[in-house]
Design a protein around this ligand. Structure first.
Ligand SMILES: *Cc1c(COP(=O)(O)O)cnc(C)c1O
Length: 395
């Protein structure tokens, strides 16, 4: 697909993409193409296959018309030229590592990174001979002091999906570009809707499609999106060698949800921001870590670089409440379930012991952090639920 109508707004282009998979069959849905074998018209066609050519069908593992359609729509959405799909967000992270880093190389990772990314890096450091070092997410241009001749990759994540610091991404990418280091952002929080990484000098955007793109809490998938073809091919080669593929059935579920993603996201944003502002007024809460509110470190960068927030934010409770009391608070909520992931219709809450999650930067708070994911329920009901449990806490 090429983006044939750049004059249309983002939402129009998401709802009415320019691709046409089955000419003559006018349906709004994308057919599910299931395949392992892909039949070649003749042996010459098989022998002249080039793995670099995204337009050739080779084997169901690598691409089907359904998966390519999803990949192309995601790339268009974020302003990239190429996208690869992986069977989870974490496998997209892994694809970035194995595509770009070899033994002897060094990687810089924000201290507030998605924890399984840190665990992956620690594994590579222990068993595969790379070095993984962590930086304060608010380091900005100071990243220059950490770059070594063997530094090959800088991860970015803004905001961090638990502690919500917003990095000065253009400052970091400007240094990285000048020093020839590739940058990859975990852009899951913004869904690619409210932060445009390629406008800020980022080389790779990684998405957990499991979240807003799916919207149903029922699919796992991830994507890596690039502007640059050589970078795309490096990731594509690693993906091929590791045998990574996705199911067309799963792709079709995400294709079904994608047109409504922006309106869902905006509703999550609206309810979450109202709840966050209200929580700020409660004496049980020491800090509200919502990038759109001034308490959040990096708020100024959010205001400069982002156009919206979605449903995920955190609060820090007053330190007089013990972790056990906060556990009880979370378990007492009726409308917020306890569970990983987010991006679906249902609200979630989860306590975190942040001090145990970072190594490089000081965590300034003493109270327990609770992350809320605000779903699509009535905001007044969610507020009443939290209020009831805050009252029980204070009693
Ligand atoms: C959920 C998530 C991932 C991983 O996605 P999975 O599909 O669950 O593997 C990566 N990064 C962030 C920020 C996430 O929230």
């Amino acid at each position: 697909m090429t983006q044939k109508t750049p004059k249309h707004g983002l939402q129009t282009r998401i709802v009415q993409p320019a691709d046409q998979l089955t000419p003559g069959f006018e349906s709004f849905s994308v057919p599910v193409a299931r395949a392992s074998t892909v039949v070649f018209p003749d042996l010459a066609a098989m022998r002249t296959l080039d793995w670099r050519n995204d337009a050739q069908w080779r084997y169901g593992l690598h691409a089907t018309p359904t998966s390519i359609t999803l990949a192309q729509r995601l790339a268009a959405l974020e302003g990239g030229n190429h996208a690869l799909l992986q069977p989870s967000g974490l496998s997209s992270i892994s694809n970035v590592y194995f595509g770009l880093v070899k033994s002897g190389d060094d990687v810089l990772i924000p201290d507030n990174v998605y924890s399984p990314n840190r665990d992956h890096a620690e594994w590579l450091a222990k068993d595969f001979g790379i070095s993984a070092r962590y930086y304060d997410p608010l380091i900005g241009a100071g990243i220059a002091d950490l770059i070594q001749p063997n530094t090959k990759l800088i991860w970015l994540e803004a905001p961090g999906s638990v502690t919500m610091e917003v990095s000065d991404i253009p400052a970091i990418t400007a240094v990285a570009r000048a020093r020839g280091v590739i940058t990859a952002i975990d852009n899951t929080w913004s869904a690619g809707l409210t932060f445009r990484p390629f406008d800020h000098g980022v080389d790779i955007s990684m998405q957990a499609l499991t979240k807003y793109q799916s919207g149903g809490s029922d699919v796992l998938m991830g994507a890596t999106i690039t502007v640059d073809r050589d970078l795309h091919l490096k990731l594509k080669l690693a993906r091929m060698r590791m045998g990574i593929g996705v199911s067309s059935d799963d792709c079709s579920l995400i294709l079904r949800s994608l047109p409504s993603m922006k309106v869902r996201f905006e509703q999550h944003d609206k309810s979450a921001l109202e709840l966050a502002k209200w929580l700020k007024t409660r004496r049980e809460i020491a800090a509200v870590l919502h990038p759109a509110l001034p308490d959040c470190p990096g708020h100024a960068f959010y205001k400069r670089d982002f156009t919206g927030a979605g449903g995920l934010f955190s609060v820090v409770f007053n330190e007089r409440y013990t972790p056990v009391q906060i556990d009880t608070f979370c378990e007492s909520l009726e409308l917020f379930s306890l569970g990983w992931s987010w991006g679906g219709a249902q609200s979630l809450a989860m306590p975190y012991n942040v001090a145990s999650m970072r190594t490089e930067s000081q965590w300034p708070h003493r109270g327990t952090l609770v992350r809320f994911y605000v779903g699509l329920e009535d905001e007044a009901d969610l507020r009443a639920d939290i209020e009831r449990c805050l009252a029980a806490l204070a009693a």
